[in-house]
Design a binder for this molecule. Structure first.
Ligand code: ASP
Length: 324
């Protein structure tokens, strides 16, 4: 008797979830961006959610929760109710590099999320302040070697994209700059433009407009091909640097346990957004790479996260990095 009652209760529970999930969303959705406003994660989030909100018939409100290289915001989002009303914009740092750097990380990127889909690929560009006393990558590397700690490298916190690609860069070129932490590379870029910090390695969608405007210098892009929006910026290989090819990405996640119907609605809305001409134009103008239909699925994102954690862990351990 008890067993039957329990079974019925379970069926009723599933039916109830199904019913509300079908009606989802009936109120605004919060998307946690784990970095300061104005930076690349924030910009990608605002671009893709614009069209997603229209598809879903509810506003997606961005909440910037910065700190600890993005892990503060992602922890909060991972621990929120898995009802589709709190989602997040993660990236290669929060869901790829962070586990190698935080021994006490409160989430496992491969287990604690319901992946929604990739939002954009974001090549890494090596950029410096306009007044930096070098004009090409070769001169930049020489200067770095000669000046050691006197050179300041900006990054968005331990485990962020700029931090992990930055320490990887330092290990490849054997540089030891002083690391300067920001709450996102939006504020770091402001200081780069103000000439108060020297260089960083960051996502193209943040830096492309300022490179085009001549407000900062770009020494190289760390991809096998040049970017169409930065045709004059050489690849690292063209500029004579082997062993530093790296690209980042931003992707949407929900907390683990989010009902499959809700995941599907969000993932379909994201995919529709990425097919929208205006969304595409805005991402492409910034140098973003639009994921193909097969790269946008929750399954593809799960695989990407697993492969990124596996790829970054040895690289960062070898570079001797920890969150201290
Ligand atoms: N691009 C940044 C990072 O280094 C974060 C941001 O501000 O979006 O992870």
């Amino acid at each position: 008797m008890k067993k039957i009652a329990l079974a019925l209760a379970a069926v009723a529970g599933i039916a109830a979830t199904g019913a509300w999930a079908q009606g989802y969303p009936t109120r605004p959705i919060t998307m946690i961006v784990p970095f300061a406003a104005g930076g690349p994660t924030d910009v990608v989030a605002r671009i893709v959610t614009d069209h997603m909100s229209r598809t879903l018939g509810q506003q997606i409100v961005i909440e910037n929760v910065a700190g600890a290289g993005g892990t503060t915001g992602i922890t909060r989002a991972a621990q929120s109710e898995p009802d589709g009303y709190t989602i997040m914009m993660g990236h290669m740092g929060t869901h790829g590099a962070a586990p190698a750097l935080y021994p006490n990380l409160k989430y496992d990127p491969t287990k604690d999320f319901a992946p929604i889909g990739m939002a954009a690929g974001t090549p890494i560009v090596i950029v410096a302040k306009k007044d930096f006393p070098a004009n090409d990558l070769k001169g930049f590397l020489e200067y770095l070697k000669a000046n050691g700690e006197k050179v300041n490298m900006a990054h968005a916190g331990v485990g962020s994209v700029s931090h992990s690609t930055g320490i990887f860069f330092n290990s490849v070129v054997k540089a030891k700059p002083t690391m300067v932490t920001y709450r996102g590379t939006g504020p770091a870029l402001n200081d780069l433009m103000a000439n108060t910090v020297d260089f960083m390695t960051d996502q193209i969608v943040n830096v492309a407009p300022q490179i085009q405007g001549g407000n900062i210098k770009a020494f190289a892009i760390a991809t096998p091909e040049r970017s169409p929006v930065l045709p004059n910026v050489p690849t690292t290989k063209e500029a004579g640097l082997d062993g530093y090819e790296v690209s980042a990405w931003n992707a949407v996640f929900a907390p683990k346990g989010t009902p499959p119907e809700v995941v599907k609605k969000l993932s379909d809305a994201l995919s529709k957004s990425l097919d929208d001409e205006n969304t595409k134009k805005r991402l492409l103008e910034l140098g973003g790479v639009i994921p193909s239909a097969s790269e946008r699925t929750p399954e593809a994102l799960q695989k990407l996260v697993e492969s990124e954690v596996a790829r970054w862990t040895p690289v960062l351990k070898a570079a001797g990095a920890t969150a201290q």
